[in-house]
Design a protein around this ligand. Structure first.
Ligand SMILES: NC(=O)C1=CN([C@@H]2O[C@H](COP(=O)(O)OP(=O)(O)OC[C@H]3O[C@@H](n4cnc5c(N)ncnc54)[C@H](O)[C@@H]3O)[C@@H](O)[C@H]2O)C=CC1
Ligand SMILES: O=C(O)CCC(=O)C(=O)O
Length: 526
């Protein structure tokens, strides 16, 4: 596997990847043309916020499986393009939170006390203390837009400065505001009216781009100050420039610009601004955390593991992932069986999660089922990221449900596949902590451990069949490890699941199918 590190990450991360045996190339500051030229050979790319991972890049990246974002914001990565190609995008959302929060506070203090200008002044060997009078933070109102990881860290830290902290974040539960002792404001306009300092901590989305613009500045107290350590453009730069010039806004502290990495904003020319070149995450601690985290995630994602911080997958904490693991295996096994037995196109899938498993993350379990289902026909090109996309693009309806009653098992997953030629049902249960079993197929009861090479045989239920099958398999040099027979309740047929030592060849399968009393046989690989 080949990994391209296209933007700087900490040595710890590079070292980790190199010792995994992967081929790691570090090519920083490549021109766009050079990047597009070489990306085709890489299985993974690691970027920070500058490289645009978009449709143009995907078209050249014919081997790409993983995009590692060494940092938090993923606005430089086109997610739909990645998802439909099965490219996993991973990021490190928690690794630089403290640094970004501390930088926000540093910017706020610098702005309020004019520290950068005063520093430049004295370094030019001047001493005039009348030019830099600032304002205190104590008893002022801080308005936070976006009370997520960084926003809430800024909130609690600024409370210790004696600030009255209010926030606008319609997507955060009231209890979280109470827990943080932050006043919840329901309208952005109201937050603008009340605040002495406004700081933004949202992602850059269609909804948040320009969320603070000319209209919002009209609502502010005269002399408000603003901070943007999130993403360029969340505060509209032209409107901010105008508001600074006409005195509505007394100061702006900014770490991120709309047109990064080009320092061309008109805000750069104003004395009232304090600007840093996207340094929020630039501490030794954050970069070490980010480098290590992204390296580990890229490594795991390349191995096909479900990664906790995969952005284009449902988000899971690592403890949840660990608890889910045996159920994911079970769901995947159930998925794998259908297309090894039937070819009929799937129209609808009903998945019922029974018992304990019904309390777990069904979205991810369904992904595991779909991955298993399509792996049989699409092999490596299907993974957790694109499994649902593949099903939906084939017009398959997916219905998920739960049942608190799970019959004889603590947890089981029942799949009902609808096709033009009827319905196929399969149920799997988890025995003990992590032993998947097939317990029912189309009304035939079983207790089968799905593993390795298997044979499924449909035969007429008549005396001597087991001996006959044993003999046929023996003649074909097929060694049987386990055999599980189930009789039909409605016909004179039986189904038999066998675990065998080696894959059964097409020729042997033909011989088995022609044996007297055998109606059909399928070779399965689990
Ligand atoms: N300057 C830098 O170097 C760094 C910048 N960042 C940026 O900081 C920002 C915040 O990061 P985190 O706190 O980790 O993200 P987060 O996802 O934990 O929090 C974002 C919050 O914004 C809220 N939000 C979304 N849309 C909103 C809207 N329309 N109005 C109000 N609130 C809205 C969400 O509900 C969420 O609570 C991101 O843009 C991220 O890219 C992150 C790290 C370093
Ligand atoms: O330092 C970087 O790569 C950017 C950090 C950042 O903005 C983020 O993690 O969202």
């Amino acid at each position: 596997m080949k990994i391209l590190i296209a933007e700087h990450i900490a040595d710890e991360g590079i070292h980790f990847l190199k010792q995994t045996g992967f081929n790691v190339d570090i090519k920083l500051k490549l021109s766009r043309e050079a990047l597009l030229d070489c990306i085709g050979v890489y299985d993974a790319i690691i970027v920070r916020s500058v490289t645009k991972v978009n449709e143009e890049l995907y078209e050249h990246a014919t081997n790409l499986k993983v995009v590692g974002r060494a940092g938090n914001g993923v606005d430089n990565i086109e997610m739909d393009g990645a998802t439909k190609r099965g490219i996993i995008v991973v990021n490190t959302p928690d690794a630089n939170t403290v640094s970004a929060a501390e930088h926000t506070i540093g910017l706020m203090l610098s702005m309020c006390r004019n520290i950068p200008r005063a520093n430049a002044h004295i370094k030019s060997k001047q001493w005039d203390r009348t030019l830099f009078r600032g304002v205190e933070l104590m008893d002022k109102t801080l308005g936070i837009v976006g009370l997520g990881r960084i926003g809430s860290m800024v909130a609690t830290r600024m409370q210790s400065f004696g600030m009255n902290v209010i926030a606008y974040d319609p997507y955060i539960r009231r209890e979280r505001f109470d827990q943080l002792k932050v006043t919840r404001i329901d309208e952005l306009g109201e937050l603008m009216r009340q605040s002495d300092i406004v700081t933004v901590h949202t992602p850059k989305t269609k909804e948040t781009l320009g969320i603070i613009g000319a209209e919002e500045f009209k609502l502010c107290k005269k002399g408000v100050r603003v901070v943007n350590c999130a993403r360029g453009g969340i505060i509209d730069e032209a409107a901010l420039h105008e508001a600074l010039e006409n005195g509505t806004v007394a100061g702006a502290a900014i770490d991120v610009l709309k047109d990064e990495p080009h320092p061309i904003s008109p805000l750069l020319d104003l004395d009232q601004t304090v600007i840093t070149p996207h340094l929020g995450a630039d501490t030794y601690e954050a970069q070490k955390n980010v480098g290590e985290a992204v390296a580990l995630e890229v490594f795991e994602a390349l191995q096909g593991k479900l990664v906790a911080n995969a952005v284009n997958l449902p988000s899971l904490k690592s403890q949840e992932l660990e608890a889910l693991h045996p159920y994911l295996k079970l769901a995947e096994y159930i998925g794998k069986i259908y297309h090894q037995i039937r070819r009929d196109a799937v129209q609808k899938i009903e998945l019922i999660y029974k018992g304990e498993v019904g309390k777990m993350d069904k979205t991810t379990l369904t992904l595991a089922y779909l991955k298993g289902l399509y792996e049989i026909i699409l092999e490596d090109s299907v993974n957790y990221v694109n499994a649902r996309y593949i099903a939906e693009s084939r017009g398959v309806t997916i219905v998920e449900g739960t049942d608190t009653i799970s019959g004889n098992y603590t947890s089981s997953i029942a799949a009902k596949i609808h096709t033009a030629n009827g319905i196929f049902t399969l149920e799997g249960a988890l025995f003990g902590k992590d032993e998947p079993r097939i317990v029912d197929m189309n009304g035939y009861a079983f207790d089968v451990s799905p593993k390795g090479n298997m044979l499924l045989i449909e035969n007429i239920d008549q005396p001597g069949m087991i001996g006959k099958i044993g003999l046929t398999l023996g003649n074909e040099c097929i060694n049987i490890s386990t055999m599980n027979v189930s009789l039909s309740k409605t016909s004179a047929n039986a189904l038999m699941f066998l675990t065998v030592d080696a894959p059964v060849s097409t020729e042997s399968l033909e011989v088995i199918r022609k044996t007297d009393g055998i109606k059909n046989a399928w070779s399965l690989k689990m």
